[in-house]
Write a protein that binds this ligand. Structure first.
Ligand code: GDP
Length: 428
């Protein structure tokens, strides 16, 4: 059942980095990233943005899902309890349209853990390899989610033996990518194993999923799942082995918290002096250190204006605080600090290291920027690099000249939101 928390309770959790996980979902196109994100959003511990009434909040969510909120949201924060302890799980959307253009960015820096979705029918494809490699290069631990298992049963009609062989092949190929692209110290630690709970199997479409441990706990076998399909009892699977639980349990148990992760990730992502005050604060995810954050996505909100979302690596960001964007040396004031509840932003006074924050009023910030205090002089986090420059050029003009300004405004918004897009306006 969805669990709700109010802002003060949530901020209490967010004060303790051990209860935070920052993750992403990456995949080859069409393997089920969007469907899976939707199923997490729909069934897991939604955080209630609208405190006026639960029912309304849920209706609102459904409405937004229909409109494809998962593509638009810069971040989705979920609440999940394991052994009675609540965790905030931030599902961060990294910039760059990996799905649409194959132009994979190195913008995985705000996450410490990635769920790689692989279609059980198609197995590991070219983009699975690219995104897994990118994650490993950023020292993000990838784990495997084998999706569309329903199709093995209903379409391919594989025998349990054949299903098992297919699973084993996907896992072997995935571990080969880890061997190939992970740095030596991580290879053995990060290879996925069914027995460890680092491989999830399921159907995002039908919203069920399991790890080895879950099947054992429930006393189920793969045969029981096949049987549920034969008896057209798919809904029962969603109730007994919900996908969100398999995924979020795996995240809580296997993903490093920000304190653990920053120790080995900062030396890779930030090339400043690790013995300096800032360096030590970054390595330790220290909320008492100087404030440093990295922007992962910028959205133009029709009401709030430019919203810059990113990860706080050290210190505290506060409403009203004066800050500096390092790359452009722009100094400005934060109008409002916000946290995410589900996909919604909620204003707060301040937010601490390890968390995902939304800033209003920092309109010059772009994806990849490092933000700190005006008087702190440090190198920015490594710039996000794109594998290729834009290759397609399109000229557009409005059908009716009176729409020209509308078109220009819209093009400007698109350019702010999409770091891959370059817009030039020919006023003649
Ligand atoms: P994305 O490109 O990775 O975001 O993929 P989508 O989530 O858009 O899914 C691509 C297609 O696969 C859609 O038609 C989905 O309905 C379908 N799909 C996703 N997950 C499953 C699944 O578990 N089983 C089946 N049968 N279809 C799925």
């Amino acid at each position: 059942m969805p669990k709700y928390k109010q802002v003060p309770e949530l901020l209490k959790i967010m004060r303790n980095p051990e209860q935070i996980r920052n993750i992403g979902i990456i995949a080859h196109i069409d393997h089920g990233k969007t469907t899976m994100t939707d199923s997490l959003l729909a069934s897991s511990g939604l955080l209630k943005a609208d405190l006026a009434g639960e029912a309304r909040a849920l209706d609102y969510m459904e409405e937004e899902q229909k409109r494809g909120i998962t593509i638009k949201a810069a971040n989705i924060s979920l609440l999940h309890e394991v052994d009675g302890v609540p965790y905030v799980i931030n599902l961060i959307d990294t910039p760059g349209h990996v799905d649409f253009s194959g132009k994979v960015t190195r913008a995985l820096r705000a996450i410490d853990f990635a769920i790689v979705v692989v279609d059980a029918v198609e197995e590991i494809m070219a983009q699975t390899e690219t995104v897994t490699k990118q994650a490993l290069q950023e020292r993000v631990r990838p784990v495997l989610y084998i999706n569309k298992v329903d199709r093995l049963i209903t379409e391919l009609k594989l025998t349990p033996q054949e299903v098992q062989e297919k699973f084993m092949r996907i896992i072997r190929d995935f571990n080969e990518l880890i061997e190939l692209y992970a740095e030596p110290e991580f290879v053995d630690k990060w290879k996925v194993k069914v027995q460890d709970g680092t491989v999830i199997f399921g159907s995002a479409k039908h919203r069920w999923g399991f790890t080895f441990q879950i099947l054992q706990e429930k006393g189920l076998t793969f045969g029981d799942i096949t049987k549920a399909y034969e008896q057209n009892n798919i809904k029962a699977l969603e109730e007994t082995i919900p996908l969100y639980k398999a995924v979020l349990d795996c995240v809580v148990r296997k993903a490093p918290n920000p304190i653990e992760a920053q120790k080995y990730r900062i030396p890779r992502l930030w090339h400043g002096d690790l013995d300096s005050e800032v360096g030590k604060a970054l390595l330790n995810c220290d909320a008492n250190g100087p404030p440093v954050m990295v922007v992962t996505k910028v959205i133009v909100d029709p009401h709030a204006g430019i919203v810059a979302t990113g990860r706080i690596f050290s210190g505290v960001f506060r409403t009203g605080q004066r800050i500096k964007i390092i790359r452009s040396n722009v100094k400005t004031n934060i109008q409002q600090v916000g946290i995410y509840m589900g996909p919604h932003r909620v204003p707060v006074d301040e937010l601490y290291a390890g968390n995902i924050v939304a800033l209003l009023g920092v309109s010059e910030a772009r994806a990849g920027d490092t933000i700190t205090l005006p008087d702190i002089d440090i190198p920015p986090f490594e710039q996000i690099k794109y594998i290729s420059e834009p290759v397609v050029t399109v000229a557009v003009e409005p059908k009716r000249t009176q729409d020209l300004q509308k078109l220009i405004n819209q093009m400007k918004i698109m350019e702010i939101e999409d770091p891959n897009l370059k817009v030039t306006i020919n006023t003649e």
